[in-house]
Design a protein around this ligand. Structure first.
Ligand code: NAP
Length: 287
């Protein structure tokens, strides 16, 4: 049987990425981080997702070192914050991230959100950072199809991955198709819709059919549609539960039922407005 530790997706640059990984947004307590990472690694998670904005790179680096395994046994992603975009700031800020992580390289860096002002300069920095070996792969986050088409007009290399909000209530079918056609892996952030769908009757019925939880049904759906995905939990039982999705399969009929739950409903911000404002915009704008 497949398992979380041996299920990888191919990236267009020749590298591979674990299909399911571990999210760390809002984990800012070092001992909580250490327990979460140890549990996740022991459970089989091999991909750890952070960002400059999360303020936890240092404690993730320390928790990963405490595992006492070789650096190439796990995959680390970090994201360049809006305030660090631009050619030299992006280069300097990755070097700062590496210092905080205590690593010589990361596996993947992402532009956290597209911003119009520094759009091409930031990408030029990413291409350079890859050449220098400070990151193995380069990608983006929250880029729409239009942002990717724009990037293509000047990029020497295209992103191998786009980390986007992708859930049963925001299924992003056109982006998934575009990703397949252009060799860009789609990676779901907030893959559990931050808990917003746990009481959904359709998902509850499907969960009961398989003697699984709604969270496991949502993650199994992510697996079957072919995304990479990075659920976050700080609870040992949930970290294990979220990886225990390889011993059942959603039927074609169940997949069709889940397809009806797509309502273009976001848990967070609209990428186009972040692009226009050059920053994540104030909370009073939240939809
Ligand atoms: N690129 C971006 O712009 C962006 C944006 C947002 C997030 N991300 C990344 O994506 C990761 C995941 O997104 P997210 O953390 O926002 O949301 P998420 O993974 O969809 O949901 C996390 C929430 O669900 C709860 N949860 C986890 N497993 C559960 C289970 N089995 N049953 C019930 N509840 C469960 C967690 O609570 P407990 O922790 O209390 O268990 C937490 O409140 C982040 O951590 C971050 O690494 C990226």
């Amino acid at each position: 049987m497949a398992s979380i530790s041996d299920t990888y997706l191919q990236l267009a640059d020749g590298n591979k990425i674990p299909q399911e990984g571990f999210g760390t947004y809002k984990v800012t307590d070092p001992s909580e981080m250490e327990t979460a990472i140890q549990t996740a690694y022991d459970t089989g998670y091999r991909l750890f997702d952070t960002a400059q904005m999360y303020n936890n790179e240092e404690m993730i680096g320390s928790a990963l070192r405490s595992l006492n395994v070789a650096r190439d046994k796990y995959f680390v992603t970090t994201k360049i914050a809006e305030s660090n975009q631009g050619f030299q700031p992006a280069i300097d800020s990755l070097k700062d991230s590496l210092k905080r992580l205590g690593m010589d390289y990361v596996d993947l860096i992402l532009v956290h959100w597209p911003v119009h002002n520094k759009f091409f300069d930031t990408w030029r920095a990413f291409e350079e950072l890859k050449k220098e070996g400070l990151t193995r792969s380069i990608g983006v986050s929250n880029y729409t199809m239009a942002h990717l088409e724009l990037l293509k007009t000047q990029a020497n290399e295209m992103p191998v991955l786009d980390q986007i909000e992708l859930t049963p209530q925001m299924q992003q079918a056109p982006m998934r198709r575009f990703g397949q056609e252009n060799g860009i892996v789609m990676q779901a952030w907030a893959p559990l819709a931050r808990g917003q769908m746990m009481d959904n009757p359709v998902l509850k019925e499907i969960a009961a059919n398989h003697d699984k939880t709604v969270a496991q049904v949502i993650l199994r759906w992510q697996l079957q549609v072919g995304n990479s995905f990075i659920p976050k939990s700080v609870h040992v039982a949930r970290i294990k539960q979220n990886a225990d999705i390889f011993d059942f399969e959603l039927t074609a009929d169940e997949m069709k039922k889940i397809a009806t739950l797509d309502h273009y409903k976001r848990v967070s911000q609209e990428p186009e407005l972040v692009y226009e404002n050059d920053k994540q915009y104030p909370h009073h704008f939240k939809n």
